[in-house]
Design a binder for this molecule. Sequence first.
Ligand code: ADP
Length: 422
Amino acid sequence: MSVMLGCIADDFTGATDLAGMLVQAGMRTVQMIGVPAHPLPNDVDAVVIALKSRTNPADEAVADSLAALQWLRDAGCRQIYFKYCSTFDSTDQGNIGPVTDALMSALDTSFTIACPAFPENKRTVFKGHLFVGDTLLSESGMRDHPLTPMTDSNLVQVLQRQTKNRVGLIQHSTVAAGAQAIRDCIAQLQAEGTRVAVVDAISNDDLLQIGAACADLPLVTAGSGIALGLPQNFRAQGLLAQQDATQNLPSAPGLRAIVCGSCSQATQAQLADLISRGTPAYAIDPLRLAAGDDVVADALAWAAPRLQNGPVAVYATADANRVKSIQEKLGVGQAGALVEDALARIAQGFVALGVRQLIVAGGETSGAVVTALNVRGLRIGPQIDPGVPWTVSLGDTPIALALKSGNFGSVDFFSKAWDLLP
Ligand code: ADP
C-alpha cells in the first residue's frame, strides 16, 4: 500500500509536531528533512517534508513547497497537507497565502481550508479570530515576535492580505453541527466564489468534524491539530489499518548520550535533575571555544570511558545571566554558532564511539546535529512528552534520536526517555 497523506511543513520542529500527531492517530509516519533525494520505505502511511519556508522570501518558499509537492505526488500521496504554525506565523508578504495559492493551482483545486486551531495547546479559532490561551493573538507574546509579529487576530483579514483568492469563514455554529453541515457550507462558499475558508475550532471534537468534512479536499492547510481528524478518512475508505503506529520503530542498539544546547528554563531544570541523579555531565565553555581550545576533543576524551557505563551528557546550557555575559563578549550570533558547531561535532564523535541512542535538547541545536550526522529522514515513534517523539534515522546506520525543543518535556525528561525506546 502506498503512502496516503503528504505533508509540507514550513519548519523543522513544526514538522516533528505534525508527524508525532499523525503517529498518535495511527499513521506510520516518516519526516524527511528537505525535499528528499531518496525513495521512501515501503511501510509508511504518511510523510512530512520539513522545509525552512516560514520566514524566507515568498518566492523561495513557493518554489520549495512546489518541489515538495511534486515529490509527494510522485510518491502517490492522495491528499496534501500544508502545515504552518498554530499561531499563523506570517507577514502580509506571506508565506501562508502565497504557498497556499501556489499549491492550489499546482493541484488544480478551487477550494481549501485554513485552520491553525490546536485546542490542546490552547490555540482556538472563534469567529475567525485566533486566541492564544485566553488572549487574542494580537495581544499575546506573538505581537512582539522578531520575524512574524502578529498584530491582527482576524485570520480572514490576515490571510486576505496575503492572497488574491477570496477568503471566507466557516463559523463555529456550522462546525458544531457536524461534518455534513461543514460540507454544505463549503459547497455554498464555493458557489459564492470563496476559495479559502478559515474554519473555527475550539475543541478536539471540532477538529474531528472538520477532518471528516475534508476527506475529499486535495489540499488542506492547517496547524497540526487537523491531523487528529484526517486518518479516520483513510480508515473509512479501507486504506488504513487499525494499528499502533507508535510501535513502528526499528531498534537501534548502542551506547547512550545527551547533547544539550538549549538554555531554556525547562532544559536547565531537566539538566539539574539529570545531574542530581548521578549522570556524568560535561560543561562546554563558549569562551574556551572562542579562544580556539579543542573543547570537542576534550569532551570526547572525557566521555569515551564513561559511555560504557551508561548515558553521559555534554552541555552548553547556562542560566540567563551567564548566557548574557557570554553574548556580550562574543556577540549573540557568534556565541550561538560556536556552541552549535561544537555540539554538532561532539554528536558526530559520539556516533563514532558507538552511540546509537541520542537525545538533543534545543531546536537550533537539533538542526545542527541532524545536519552534522547527515540525517535525511526520521521514522517517528512513541511520544516521550507532547511534541517530542522518539525517532530513528533512515539509512544504513540507524540512530535513535529524541529532538527536544527548548521548553518541551517534564523535569525528568532526560532519564525517563530511555524507557520508551523499543
Ligand atoms: P531552544 O530550543 O531552547 O531555543 P536552541 O538550540 O534553539 O534552544 O537555541 C539555543 C541557542 O543558544 C543555540 O544557538 C546555542 O548554540 C546557544 N547557546 C547554548 N549555550 C550557550 C551559552 N552558554 N552561551 C551562549 N549561547 C549558548
